[in-house]
Design a binder for this molecule. Structure first.
Ligand code: CTP
Length: 444
């Protein structure tokens, strides 16, 4: 029952009881007048008493009604829909923890290849976890993927496991899972990890004409979640295949955005940042910026290291044209919104700065309460040694360079495609058709 309606009803019942009292007193008054007329001696005294009590009742009623009216007006103002919305938004932005009902643990198991882990996979983890309370993810082994999909994944087991582990929606990871969920493996999963449900996207997963989840479906503990449209490993491989064709150099106006079919809604951004809290007072806010294109294990290592330099990590993400100016060709591979979602899905990140200024300026340091600005260098570095864009943090004494012994970068992945271009092209053509079929089926 809405609070406003309830309070109006309350005021109405108060008015009704006042009227009853007034009618009763009127009746008593008339009786007394009648009694006074019949007993003439006391008539004037009785008349005065009656008039005074009637006047008292009338004044009391007026005061009561005035009080009820002010109460109703204040309540209506407080609960005006737009103000109520502002109130809720304020509450949300403050990042106050949501009250959660203690619930029984429900353990969800989801497996997959998770090659070139993208925000579609991360969204699948988010949805799967929402079916229970604890998410265990099995990462298919390299050889089982090669056997079942016809070619090895681009990223090896260790790289894919690192990426899955870094996703904030995942609680536990099991590496080297078989691609085909046979009964023996299912029994092991159910007993070792106390799994309640096995979950997969709603796309068909067929190997040699057989459903990979046939046994899981027979247990009655199989559930599906909707596949995230507009993004897939195949789609990203397609973007890289374009990049490897030397004649294909797009002009910067169509960079990156040209090939993305993903529709980024504010709702999706909100779902990916639902756990974000404002930095607590006196915490050390660390800032690092970059392109974070094709989110990979090198990025995860960087973000983990940056997070350990403070209590709260804000990640700046440059826009597509800034990156294109720095990297050229048709980079970035993923557009700004896609890169934002991937970074938001990383467990080491507390907040992101979308379309971050290239030069770190005093206003942003002050507004975001940044106490340390990090510049990360790697062994493979192609980034310029020019630190002029860090002029302000250097002068303010809050600039630090962090060197990481990592050799993973986007060029590694592109080279892997180049080394096996024909195989990937063939796989891309085959899988694109299957994905189009799936999207067509869903639209019907
Ligand atoms: N998935 C999803 N949305 C996507 C891509 C994948 O929900 N856009 C889900 C799949 O349905 C599956 C899980 O993520 O449950 C793992 O998928 P994976 O084994 O990596 O293979 P694909 O389904 O081929 O995904 P992709 O094409 O992106 O590699």
């Amino acid at each position: 029952m809405p609070r406003f309606w309830r309070s109006t009803r309350y005021a109405q019942s108060q008015d009704r009881s006042i009227n009853t009292y007034r009618n009763l007193l009127l009746l008593v008054f008339l009786c007394l007048v009648g009694y006074g007329i019949s007993n003439f001696a006391y008539s004037s005294v009785i008349f005065v008493v009656c008039v005074v009590s009637l006047a008292v009742v009338l004044v009391a009623q007026m005061l009561w009604e005035y009080q009820a009216w002010t109460k109703r007006t204040n309540h209506a103002l407080l609960h005006h829909p737009s103000l109520e919305l502002d109130h809720k938004l304020l509450h949300y932005d403050d990042g106050l923890p949501q009250q959660q009902q203690p619930q029984k643990e429900i353990r969800i198991f989801m497996d997959g290849a998770f090659d070139l882990l993208h925000f579609g996979h991360m969204n699948a983890f988010r949805l799967a976890k929402s079916l229970g309370t604890h998410l265990i993810v099995g990462v298919n082994s390299d050889h089982s993927i090669a056997d079942c999909k016809g070619c090895a994944p681009l990223m090896n087991t260790q790289e894919r496991t690192t990426m899955v582990q870094a996703c904030k929606f995942v609680d536990q990871v099991i590496p080297d899972c078989p691609y085909i969920m046979n009964q023996e493996y299912l029994d092991w999963i159910f007993t070792t990890y106390n799994v309640d449900y096995v979950v997969h996207g709603d796309d068909a997963c067929i190997v040699n004409g057989k459903d990979v989840y046939e046994s899981a479906k027979r247990t009655g503990k199989f559930r599906t979640i909707p596949r995230t449209n507009g993004v897939s490993t195949t789609d990203i491989v397609g973007r890289m295949l374009l990049l490897t064709k030397e004649h294909h150099i797009l002009d910067s106006s169509s960079i990156g955005r040209a090939s993305s079919k993903f529709l980024t809604t504010s709702r999706m951004l909100r779902l990916f940042s639902a756990d974000h809290q404002a930095p607590p007072p006196n915490c050390r806010v660390v800032y690092v910026d970059g392109s974070w294109d094709l989110f990979h294990p090198g990025h995860v290592q960087t973000l983990q290291a940056c997070r350990s330099h403070g209590d709260y990590l804000i990640v700046g993400i440059h826009n597509d044209s800034v990156i294109n100016q720095m990297r050229g060709m048709n980079l970035p591979l993923m557009n700004l919104h896609e890169r934002v979602l991937s970074v938001l899905g990383c467990r080491y990140v507390n907040d992101v700065l979308i379309d971050a200024p290239f030069e770190i300026n005093p206003a942003m340091v002050q507004n975001l309460n940044i106490s340390k600005v990090l510049r990360v260098t790697h062994n493979h570095d192609q980034t310029s040694a020019d630190v002029s864009r860090f002029q302000y943090p250097i002068a303010a004494g809050i600039f630090h360079t962090l060197h990481l012994e990592s050799d993973f970068c986007i060029t590694n992945v592109i080279q892997r495609i180049k080394a096996n271009q024909e195989t990937f092209q063939e796989r891309f053509d085959r899988k694109s058709l299957l994905e189009q079929e799936h999207e067509g089926l869903r639209r019907r």
